[in-house]
Write a protein that binds this ligand. Structure first.
Ligand code: PHE
Ligand code: ZN
Length: 849
């Protein structure tokens, strides 16, 4: 229901709850239409506060009875919760409520997915299950009894007893309600075991629908790798006798770290060579690790309030990135992460939805599970580590775990640990958490008498509610190269603290070429007037793999910008540089693929906008197409040979090396398809024994409008497999011509297998439309109008997914006035919808502001 004006919550208003929860007993009598939830909660006054207001959150609950210390009461109930008079001493609150899981399409609280009961409580979903102080600083021990005919009934912690039609679970670790979980259904387990460093024998299970049992092995191996890694890298062991993962088909996000019972979107855990791509495998491994790592960074130490979300998410993303770097290729992981950071977080930080890593107010917390909180939050942890050094970082993390285990804490607590361990003052660093916006770092240099000087100026543009920004501390990793390509200064850390600052490097024989911001040591936009010959030099000679890639990236970006503005061609020097990378067998194939893949069209639009132009999505689309055509021509003689050389013999394996070869082979195939009329791609499609090569071949054909038959064949082959069909839906939209994308998406929404209630399917179609830059921003306005139509339909069903997808519009002010008028009309139409959700109302209002 739409509130008249949704009221924001402020960080500065935080007060502790007046009561502590001693323990909680919950009984669930499962029924699709009328589940009974019977609660017994022991409260006692909180000695840390004198506030004795008693309020329990509760939404969409039908109260049957409520009692205090056994006596029936009649509480006051609003849309948001319950109040009543309570004793000024320990007391027991009991309630019986009724809820309707089958009617729960929002997928928050207790719901049904394909006949299976499951819960999603983060951030504020527990209040849709029963009356409770649903805030992360209220931690308690839960005992849960589940009654129902489902063969498998799971909750957090350890199983304690079970009988015919019931099961009981007890979680000994105090936790906030957002980590509660319950699952019940007709499930089978892929089971394994893990012995922790101190000898605890842990039962591991991945629970899936019977059809999916063959898709669990990889996830299980990933889990064991993650458990071992967290012991080795952070000294963190698992702390229960059982660890359960469940795959569900209907889920708003990727996965959820509920204590001892992680719940996963099935797309983020199920894997098989036939149905999953290399990219799927890598993502599944990372997400399994991420959720597992939350057991310490999130669960054992949790957030005091939702403003501190980055405390658990930034740190856990950083940890999962370290894990991936350790077990795969560190440079490839870093480069891929920076590509994603720029595409999602820089875009967010430079538009109307910009907000600090730690926001200071929100209307709906679900709208703050963002790239800024997660990915920029992880960058801040990385910068801290860079600034204090590896040993101090390790010591700080040990202190953090010792000091705060079992607590709900803040960013101040986190930074204090680093200050205590290192003696550093981190007050300037804290601005990274409190100030939104991506700093611009302007670089100039000077050369005199054997001294090379780099001068940096930092400036962060205004963001909503934050017009002026003070300078931040920026770790700038720098190396210097001789004109002959030798490194004369290995990577050195410069610590910038002023608005403008110079660093001198004396005693050099010749003017060096600088390699600045190595490893992307800070999430900033580097502005340096440089010529392409210097970039080509760094692409050829830089010893830092990130900056080697970055040099090529900058060349490609400038090339595409110029091509979009002038309608001209790529210059030969650029194509020569790419050619040199492509044929350099000393380079990792995965790295070559990253270096050869030009920036995304949306990145070019942002870059043009930053440079003072009004981007034309159609011109960018055509420039990207011309570049592809010219690359294919310039490298024509290499393509067949490379295509063969990158073939991976033997049965499919998703390991990083094989995946890297397939990635480069796929890139080569996309070029080859421009020259051979699709012959090689058709052969690959027909012969493929794994999804990576099948989908790559199909994608290459569809990109050239050559894949009609193969698309149909793929559809018919995989019609029974939800996750593969999501790929088909997404690919069909992604490869539509710009003028056809919106109509194509709307047409797919009429396909018998489209299901608006399934977020994966909705995102496959309409996420692909939003990601089709030239289609979504088509001059006709059809992209905007079509997405608006479908967001309006989705909102009453699933507000959370609707609101997240509104971010597609966040760049609307980059474009010309005709496009802006179309976008504004679409946004206003959404906002004018009757009973629009709070989630979507907040998002659209911020975007329009
Ligand atoms: N906490 C989850 C994660 O990062 C994400 C999530 C948020 C899932 C909200 C569901 C709902 O792993
Ligand atoms: Zn997380």
């Amino acid at each position: 229901m739409k509130d008249a004006a949704p009221q924001p919550v402020f960080l500065s208003d935080y007060t502790p709850f007046g009561y502590l929860v001693e323990d909680v007993h919950l009984t669930f009598r499962l029924d699709p239409q009328a589940t009974r939830v019977i609660s017994r909660i022991r409260f006692r006054p909180n000695p840390d506060t004198t506030d004795r207001g008693f309020f329990l959150h509760g939404e969409q609950l039908r109260l049957v009875t409520a009692r205090i210390d056994g006596a029936t009461i009649t509480p006051r109930i609003t849309e948001r919760g319950l109040t009543c008079d309570v004793p000024d001493a320990p007391f027991t609150f009991q309630a019986e409520v009724e809820i309707a899981p089958a009617a729960n399409t929002a997928l928050e609280g207790l719901y049904l997915s394909n006949g299976m009961y499951c819960t999603q409580c983060e951030a504020e979903g527990f209040r849709k299950i029963t009356f409770y102080p649903d805030r992360p600083d209220v931690m308690s021990v839960f005992t849960v009894r589940i009654e129902g005919s489902e063969p498998v009934k799971l909750s957090n912690g350890n199983p304690t007893a079970q009988g015919d039609g019931w099961a009981e679970w007890h979680d000994p670790w105090p936790k906030p309600a957002y980590l509660f979980a319950l699952v019940a259904g007709d499930l089978v387990a892929h089971a394994d075991r893990f012995t922790t460093a101190s000898g605890r024998d842990v039962a591991l299970n991945i629970w899936v629908r019977p059809d999916d049992q063959g898709k669990c092995a990889f996830g299980m191996e990933a889990l064991k790798r993650a458990m071992l890694w967290d012991e080795k890298a952070y000294g963190r062991e698992y702390d229960l006798d059982i660890f359960n993962i469940v795959a569900v088909d209907d889920f708003n996000m990727g996965a959820m770290e509920n204590k001892g019972l992680n719940i996963f979107n099935s797309s983020c855990v199920l894997a098989s060579p036939d149905t999953s791509t290399d990219a799927n495998y890598e993502r599944i491994e990372a997400i399994i690790a991420h959720e597992y790592f939350h057991n310490w960074t999130g669960n054992r130490i949790t957030c005091r309030d939702w403003f501190q979300l980055c405390l658990k998410e930034g740190l856990t993303v950083f940890r999962d990135a370290q894990f991936t770097s350790d077990i795969r290729s560190a440079p490839v992981k870093r480069i891929s992460d920076v590509i994603a950071l720029r595409a999602r977080q820089f875009r967010e930080d430079n538009g109307p939805l910009a907000h600090p890593v730690r926001p200071s107010s929100f209307v709906e917390i679900n709208n703050f599970y963002t790239a800024t909180v997660y990915e920029k939050g992880a960058e801040l942890v990385g910068m801290l580590k860079t600034l204090v050094g590896d040993d101090a970082y390790a010591a700080a993390l040990d202190t953090y775990f010792d000091r705060h285990d079992g607590q709900a804490v803040t960013i101040e607590d986190w930074l204090k640990v680093f200050e205590d361990v290192t003696g550093r003052d981190l007050s300037q660093f804290k601005r990274w958490y409190t100030d939104a916006g991506t700093p611009r770092l302007r670089v100039s240099d000077a050369w005199q008498d054997g001294t090379y000087t780099l001068t940096f100026r930092q400036m962060t543009p205004p963001t909503p509610g934050q017009p002026d920004k003070a300078p931040r501390v920026i770790p700038i990793a720098v190396g210097l190269l001789n004109p002959n390509g030798d490194e004369v200064l290995p990577t050195t850390l410069l610590e910038m603290t002023e608005a403008e600052q110079s660093f001198a490097f004396p005693g050099l024989a010749t003017k060096p070429v600088p390699s600045i911001l190595r490893g992307f040591s800070a999430p900033v936009i580097l502005e340096r007037a440089t010529d392409n010959s210097e970039r080509a030099f760094l692409l050829a000679h830089d010893t830092d793999p990130f900056n080697k890639w970055e040099a090529g990236r900058a060349l490609g970006r400038d090339m595409l910008m110029r091509m979009a503005l002038t309608g001209g061609d790529a210059d030969a020097a650029y194509l020569d540089a790419l050619r040199a990378v492509l044929r350099d067998d000393s380079l990792d194939p995965a790295f070559r693929a990253l270096a050869l893949r030009p920036p995304a069209q949306d990145d070019i639009a942002q870059a043009l906008h930053d440079a003072g132009h009004t981007p034309d999505p159609q011109a960018i689309y055509q420039a990207a197409d011309r570049l592809g055509q010219q690359m294919a021509g310039h490298m024509a003689d290499l393509l067949q040979g490379l295509y063969q050389a990158m073939a991976v013999p033997g049965p499919y394996s998703p390991d990083a090396e094989a995946a890297g070869k397939r990635d480069l082979q796929g890139l080569v195939l996309s070029l080859l398809t421009r020259r051979d009329g699709g012959q090689t791609a058709r052969a690959q499609f027909a012969a493929a024994d794994n999804m990576t090569q099948q989908l790559t071949a199909l994608s290459c054909l569809m990109a050239r409008q050559l894949g009609q038959q193969e698309s149909q064949a793929f559809h018919d082959q995989w019609r029974h497999d939800r996750l593969v069909m999501d790929k088909w839906f997404a690919l069909t939209v992604a490869h539509a011509r710009p003028e056809d994308a919106a109509a194509g998406a709307a047409e797919l929404a009429a396909h018998p297998d489209f299901n608006i209630r399934n977020p994966n399917r909705f995102r496959a179609v309409f996420g692909a439309l939003a990601g089709h830059a030239a289609g979504f921003h088509h001059a006709s306005g059809q992209g905007y109008a079509t997405l608006a139509d479908w967001l309006i339909r989705l909102d009453p069903i699933n507000p959370q997914t609707t609101a997240r997808m509104c971010a597609a519009f966040e760049t609307w002010r980059r474009y010309d006035s005709a496009r802006q008028a179309h976008a504004r009309a679409a946004l206003q139409r959404i906002l004018a919808t009757d009973t629009l959700s709070r989630d979507t109302t907040e998002m659209v209002s911020r975007i329009l502001d």
